[in-house]
Design a protein around this ligand. Structure first.
Ligand SMILES: [Zn+2]
Length: 385
């Protein structure tokens, strides 16, 4: 599969491929060497690059213990825009190697953070060092949140991950099969590598921001960066490429169940409806595979709306959080079955997340995801007031 794609790209890009690639090989090697020296980590391929439309690719993040976001690679006339920057510098270096090997030799011009979360924004500083003249772009709100939240959350995660490693080691000791033991070992190694690498993390803020719209008129296509309301966070940005009928949506719309820990469940469905007004049929989201139509946009909006309504009704009737977590189950929700929303989300989670062994059954993953969403919405309702 990958051989075929590489062959296709080689044929399409022809000789300019080779020449351009050589130009930034030296820079890339230097970054890779720094990432490896700093963290002593290997640089495995962390992504599967899928073509979404002409000149638009989704680097789908493979399962890792510490999750990485996908990246959207947009090939402009003379340069590249990359949407989202993953959880760690070495993931950026790894992606860049894959881009140079399989997508394009063009220079990096715009690096976009769809929102402030760590798994999408920790690589901003790496791009700043690799491409000093590139613009780092986000909404003004996201820039503020990166500034306020990134370092305190990273610091807190160091303690939590230290505890996780101890927990993984205990469970590894009790594992019943060699396969499970190997999985725990991999989780321990990945967590230790991440901690070591992030000890030298340097915060980098976007240098270009927008409140609502920014349109870049590139010769290849327009790039419409837009904020259409709060949802997954207070500052979610989408990148619409009208001529390619494609949109990059970050975590406002992706293949997993929604994460609502910093979200606005009363507003999120409305924001999705506003985004649906843009003309597109391909969606490159922050996690999971690309989507080929708008169906999931409506399914996800309807799901968030249904769970939110159930939580609001339950709270008004005086029921506790625990009671609602017990009663708002997958079978109590109409939207789980709608177009296979629940099943598709479970499948994506199992494929693209590293779940602790032994592998859970699909029904368990579904029940856990819905319970988590009920908890998050219960907590978030006051935030959305
Ligand atoms: Zn994410």
């Amino acid at each position: 599969m990958r051989q075929t794609r590489r062959g296709f790209l080689r044929r399409t890009l022809g000789t300019c491929w080779i020449g351009g690639a050589v130009l930034d090989q030296a820079m890339f090697r230097a970054v890779r060497a720094r990432a490896q020296a700093a963290a002593n980590v290997r640089l495995p391929a962390l992504f599967d690059i899928e073509r979404v439309a002409e000149g638009v690719y989704l680097a789908v993040a493979r399962a890792q213990t510490l999750i990485n976001s996908n990246a959207v690679i947009i090939e402009n006339e003379r340069d590249l825009m990359i949407v989202d920057t993953h959880s760690k510098p070495s993931a950026v270096a790894s992606l860049l190697r894959q881009i140079r090997d399989h997508v394009s030799p063009k220079p990096l011009k715009y690096i976009v953070a769809s929102h402030f979360h760590w798994d999408h924004s920790h690589g901003l500083g790496t791009y700043r060092r690799i491409a000093p003249n590139a613009d780092l772009v986000a909404t003004e709100t996201t820039r503020r949140l990166i500034g306020e939240q990134t370092l305190p959350r990273l610091k807190a995660s160091f303690d939590q991950l230290g505890a996780s490693i101890e927990d993984y080691k205990q469970r590894q000791g009790k594992a019943r099969t060699e396969q499970e033991r190997a999985q725990w070992r991999e989780m321990i190694t990945e967590t230790e590598d991440y901690l070591r690498e992030m000890k030298t993390f340097q915060l980098e803020l976007p240098n270009m921001t927008l409140e609502r719209d920014l349109i870049l008129h590139d010769k290849a296509h327009d790039l419409h960066l837009a904020f259409r309301g709060r949802g997954h966070t207070a500052g979610d940005l989408v990148v619409h490429i009208p001529q390619k009928k494609t949109i990059a949506t970050g975590d406002l719309l992706h293949g997993f169940f929604p994460f609502i820990g910093d979200g606005f469940p009363r507003e999120w469905p409305r924001t999705l409806v506003a985004v649906s007004g843009m003309e597109f049929d391909a969606v490159a989201g922050g996690h999971g595979a690309p989507q080929r139509d708008k169906r999931r946009l409506y399914q996800m909006g309807n799901y968030i709306e249904e769970v939110t309504e159930a939580v609001v009704r339950g709270r008004a009737a005086g029921r506790t959080q625990a009671e609602l977590e017990a009663s708002i189950t997958p079978s109590a929700l109409r939207t789980i079955e709608d177009g296979g929303f629940g099943a598709a989300s479970v499948e994506a989670v199992i494929k693209y997340r590293r779940l602790a062994p032994p592998a859970p059954a699909a029904v368990q993953v579904l029940a856990e995801a819905v319970r988590t969403n009920v908890t998050q919405i219960y907590t978030a309702l006051d935030r959305s007031a």
